[in-house]
Design a protein around this ligand. Sequence first.
Ligand code: I3P
Length: 128
Amino acid sequence: SHSSLCSFFYLLHSSGLLNKTKIAEGGRKLRKNWSPSWVVLVGNSLVFFKDPKSQTPSSWKPGNSRPESSVDLRGAKLHWANELSSKKNVFKLRTVTGNEFLLQSETDSLIREWYSTIQNVIDRLDRE
Ligand code: I3P
C-alpha cells in the first residue's frame, strides 16, 4: 500500500549503521563497550538494533526485528563530544532519565547528518 511504502522509505532514509556505546545509566557511569548498531529514527525515538548482519533493510518487518533498546528524544540533549573518545566524529546523547550514549562514524557526512536529524527531532519536541 501507499502508506507502507512511505513508511519503508522513511525508515530507509533515517536508519544506518553507527558505532555506539552507552556511558551512563540513570546518571551512573558505565564502562565503555563500543559496538556497531543499526540506528533507526521512529517518530520521537531512536531505536537500536543489536545485530547488524541480521538487520538488513529486508528484515525490518514488524515482529521480525529485535530492538536492543530505544531512546525517547523528548527533553534529550545532544553535544559533539570528541573529548570523550579517542575516536573521531563522536557525539553524546543524554536522555532526561540520565542515560548517556556516544554515537560515532568514520564518515564525516554521515555523522553530521545524524546529528542534525536528531537535533531537529529534539527541537520539535521542545517546541510542543
Ligand atoms: C576502553 C576501550 C575503549 C576506549 C576507552 C578504554 O578500554 O579501549 O574503546 O574508548 O577509553 O577505556 P577497555 O576495552 O579496556 O574497556 P574510546 O575508543 O572511545 O577512546 P576511555 O577510558 O578513555 O574512555
